[in-house]
Design a protein around this ligand. Structure first.
Ligand SMILES: NC(=O)c1ccc[n+]([C@@H]2O[C@H](COP(=O)([O-])OP(=O)(O)OC[C@H]3O[C@@H](n4cnc5c(N)ncnc54)[C@H](OP(=O)(O)O)[C@@H]3O)[C@@H](O)[C@H]2O)c1
Length: 316
């Protein structure tokens, strides 16, 4: 099959559109003919070798973790899918190498869900990793409830945009951080307050509007943003980070509960995200889509760190 693969770690010049072996289909695996593949910052980190210690890598490494497409074949133990089904999945295996920037990907049945009916493959392919991350942070890790206030850092990006909408769907008020040109976009997603973190101190801004603090902070970037977020959480509130694992020692005195999320594949949670999409509560904003052959240009754009919503590849 055709795929974008790396023969060694490095820059975008290492990406090659080439022929690689078709993925194998285990007994409980589904083989998906990929039509849309979302991009995530982890893709360029993998390209650079930054995840070498976390996962075994098998070269040639085909990049990509997100896919939407059509089931081509199923293993003999698969019970919930059949060839021809339109699906999407977060395609993480125990090694990095058989990714989704490719014509085909194989993935355990439990990681797969039916694609939302109201969006096309390219939009659906942009949902899994970022959508599951936001879901696991706000539904599992912090259990955001109606009437609470959530501060979402990086609200204009892939994960942040889903986080704003999932928090809203659960009845929370959302404060989002982004540079000013993206504030109208944040409002469309459902924020009730926007903070330009590059112009004002976000701690002062939150304290002014919410003197008692927010119930939940959703941190994507770690470091100073995360440490300073402690100052704006109400006593007994929660902070969830995608960047740095936290310990109770940091926050225990004020009853703050810290959480760290490293996203996991889940077909059942993807099905809930599909329901939100089809119910009009979760919109998938694609800043741009690129042909598979232009994966390097797409990754370069993502690496700039300024994308609004998501980027995705169209797989012919
Ligand atoms: N732990 C996990 O399992 C997990 C899962 C998914 C993602 N992540 C990590 O989470 C981070 C975000 O992922 P993503 O897919 O959302 O990335 P993304 O789509 O590339 O995020 C881009 C957005 O980030 C905003 N931004 C950049 N720096 C910011 C800052 N200091 N404060 C607030 N906003 C800022 C930008 O808005 P402006 O241009 O307005 O600044 C831009 O719209 C990445 O580092 C990724 O690796 C971790």
């Amino acid at each position: 099959m055709r795929a974008i693969a790396l023969r060694d770690f490095g820059g975008n010049d290492r990406l090659e559109l080439t022929d690689v072996e078709d993925p194998k289909v285990g007994p409980d695996f589904v083989l998906i003919r990929v039509r849309g593949a979302g991009l995530n910052p982890v893709d360029w980190k993998v390209r650079e070798g930054k995840h070498e210690g976390r996962f075994p890598h098998v070269f040639p490494v085909v990049l990509g973790w997100d896919a939407a497409g059509v089931v081509e074949e199923v293993g003999p133990a698969v019970t919930r899918f059949a060839s021809g089904d339109e699906v999407f999945a977060y395609c993480r295996k125990h090694f990095v190498g058989e990714g989704t920037y490719a014509e085909y990907v194989s993935v355990p049945e439990d990681f797969v869900a039916r694609k939302p009916e109201t969006i096309d493959f390219v939009h659906a392919g942009a949902v899994p990793l970022a959508g599951l991350t936001a879901f696991q942070a706000l539904v599992e890790a912090t259990a955001v409830r109606s009437g609470e206030t959530v501060l979402v850092h990086g609200a204009a990006g892939g994960v942040g945009g889903f986080a704003v909408q999932i928090a809203r769907a659960r009845g929370a008020q959302v404060i989002g951080t982004a540079t000013s040109p993206k504030h109208e976009y944040l409002k469309e997603l459902g924020t009730s307050e926007e903070i330009d973190y590059s112009e004002v101190d976000f701690v002062e801004a939150v304290r002014e509007s919410r003197p008692g603090g927010v119930d939940v902070v959703f941190d994507l970037f770690g470091g100073e943003t995360l440490w300073r977020s402690v100052e704006v959480v109400a006593d007994g509130g929660r902070i969830v980070s995608l960047a740095d694992p936290l310990t109770d020692d940091h926050y225990g005195q004020r009853g703050i509960r810290p959480a760290y999320v490293f996203v996991r594949p889940s077909g059942s949670q993807l099905a809930e995200l599909a329901r939100l999409v089809d119910g009009g509560e979760l919109r998938v904003e694609l800043e741009e889509s690129y042909p598979l052959a232009e994966a390097a240009e797409a990754l370069e754009r993502l690496e700039g760190g300024r994308v609004r919503g998501k980027l995705a590849l169209e797989v012919p």
